[in-house]
Design a protein around this ligand. Structure first.
Ligand SMILES: Nc1nc2c(ncn2[C@@H]2O[C@H](COP(=O)(O)OP(=O)(O)OP(=O)(O)O)[C@@H](O)[C@H]2O)c(=O)[nH]1
Ligand SMILES: [Mg+2]
Length: 511
């Protein structure tokens, strides 16, 4: 697969699993998962062996791609997908869906064809119906799948008892393009030339009356008229001689009939210019990712024996997309935060990084989310971002605390040594202790200036030193008192020494 979800060759999208039930292939789902831009989905349906895959290769602008078969055996199985850059719409992907040919009796499972047809209708924004020859009653009878859509597709989750749901089909169905291949007739009504669209509309005209035959005749016609608002028809002459058609993939443009080439180009340009971006009920445009999810929702409904319902599918799709949107947005937020933060850091800087990352995360959420009208998932995302941010703030505090503690140990090492050496347990020691505490605190502050936990760590430390400070002070005071006492004593004794001895009363004064 090339970058950006574009592919060098088609892959199988939907096929039968080993139990014979439809399933979405992982490879295709993964490709769509990586495609976060709006998609224009064009699918081709029609009877087997009618040149559908060849026409799709032309839409891809490639000579080869979807496999063609030149034998009578049907070639394409299930639904194949090819994502190519949209030739006209920048930022859009053209998703081409080539389907298994309908009506091959050897398959023996009519219902399988019905589901292939339904899925093509449900997944595309333009449905190309491909047939050989002319649009006559037989051709319309072969298109009976369109008459079965009412039984096999539901639009609303809740339907009133007498409500005709098919009236809603026109709102949600793709545009319809009939490609008539090997058309050999002249487009004329009487003498007047008519367009291929007039030809189609003429073929879809209803008969008056209510006989069973008339009802039967009108049924596919009225279904096409009532379900598909935009209808278009292209007629293609034979592209080459009989023998050459077995090797169509090898034929150069020059070897193809010029009239065929002209029609093929007109058809391709019509599709490029007019096929709309795929939307779902409610008008929401969908991306490749959503298309993959939508396919899974419809296929799951069919697998479990239910009728695919557009409204339910949108609800399921919204849930899948929104859960994913929360995951992706949160992932981006966390990655952004981890890449930019360097703990410990200034909380204001951290807050700035958080704000930018949060904005980017919300942008991702908005691009991936789907119908989050009550902002339930966005609120969930904001809550998760808040939790992540709080955790990061806590980690920032912890990292800052650790660094401050390291500096603290380093700076106050002298003080601790002084304490254990009992250097402060001497007279005047308390003042020395206080001075040292003050000086080291300043040094610590200078080294942890930018740290958020600087003061908190210091004040906790100083608190632990209060007892020892008091002890030193008391010791100092008692040493002072003892010294004072000793000094007093010394002074007294010295004074006593100096004082003349209490003399005996002079008895012989005249000696
Ligand atoms: N007669 C005719 N044959 C064509 C035309 N385009 C392609 N073919 C040939 O018809 C054969 C079948 O073409 P595919 O494109 O494989 O037909 P398909 O409808 O995809 O066939 P399945 O996948 O089996 O349903 C190939 O040999 C093609 O070369 C065409 O316009 N007219
Ligand atoms: Mg095919």
């Amino acid at each position: 697969m090339a970058c950006g979800g574009f592919m060098s060759a088609p892959v199988c999208f939907i096929e039968n699993d080993e139990n014979g039930k439809l399933c979405v292939r992982k490879e295709a789902k993964d490709i769509l998962d990586g495609l976060n831009e709006p998609v224009v989905v064009v699918s081709v349906v029609g009877l087997y062996r009618t040149g559908k895959s060849y026409l799709m290769n032309r839409l891809a602008g490639q000579q080869t791609g979807f496999a063609l078969g030149s034998t009578i055996e049907s070639e394409t199985k299930g639904i194949w997908m090819w994502c190519v850059p949209h030739p006209n719409k920048e930022g859009h992907t053209l998703v081409l869906l080539d389907t298994e040919g309908l009506g091959d009796v050897r398959k023996g499972d009519e219902k399988h064809d019905t589901w292939i047809f339904c899925l093509a209708v449900l997944l595309s924004s333009s449905l190309v119906y491909n047939s050989l020859g002319v649009i006559d009653n037989t051709a319309l009878e072969k298109l009976h799948y369109v008459t079965e859509l009412t039984e096999n597709i539901r639009v609303k989750a809740e339907v009133g008892q007498h409500e005709d749901e098919s009236a809603d089909f026109i709102r949600v169905f793709p545009s319809f393009v009939w490609a008539v291949r090997d058309f050999t007739l002249q487009l004329k009504k009487g003498d007047k030339p008519i367009t291929s669209d007039d030809y189609l509309e003429g073929a879809l005209e209803l008969k008056q009356g209510s006989s069973p035959q008339t009802v039967q005749y009108n049924l596919p016609r009225s279904c096409l008229r009532n379900f598909f608002a935009v209808r278009k028809c292209f007629v293609f002459p034979r592209p080459a001689s009989m023998e050459s058609m077995w090797i169509m993939e090898e034929l150069t443009e020059k070897e193809l009939e010029s009239k065929f080439l002209e029609q093929a180009n007109t058809f391709c340009h019509y599709i490029y210019n007019n096929s709309k971006t795929k939307t779902v009920s409610g008008g929401r445009t969908i991306t490749g990712t959503a298309l993959g999810n939508l396919a899974e929702v419809y296929v799951e409904a069919i697998r479990s024996g239910n009728v695919p319902c557009l409204e339910n599918a949108v609800v399921s799709l919204a849930k899948i997309q929104n859960v994913r949107a929360v995951e992706e947005a949160l992932q981006l937020y966390v990655t952004e935060l981890f890449n930019l933060v360097q703990l410990p850091m200034n909380p204001e800087e951290l807050s700035k990084i958080h704000t930018v990352a949060e904005k980017k995360a919300v942008e991702v959420f908005i691009s991936v989310s789907f119908n989050d009208n009550d902002q339930i998932y966005q609120k969930e995302l904001m809550g998760k971002i808040y939790d992540e941010y709080q955790q990061m703030c806590q980690q920032n505090y912890d990292a800052s605390r650790m660094q401050c503690e390291e500096v603290l140990h380093d700076v106050f090492d002298t003080l601790e040594k002084g304490i254990s050496d009992r250097s402060y347990l001497k007279p005047g020691g308390s003042q020395k202790y206080i001075d040292m505490l003050r000086q080291l605190s300043e040094e610590y502050r200078a080294r942890t200036d930018s740290q958020i936990m600087s003061e908190a760590v210091l004040s906790k430390f100083l608190k632990t030193k209060e007892d020892i400070g008091n002890m030193i002070l008391q010791a100092d005071q008692s040493l002072n008192a003892a010294e004072q006492e000793k000094e007093d004593e010394d002074r007294d004794s010295k004074a006593a020494e100096k004082k003349p001895k209490e003399t005996e009363p002079v008895t012989g004064a005249g000696i």
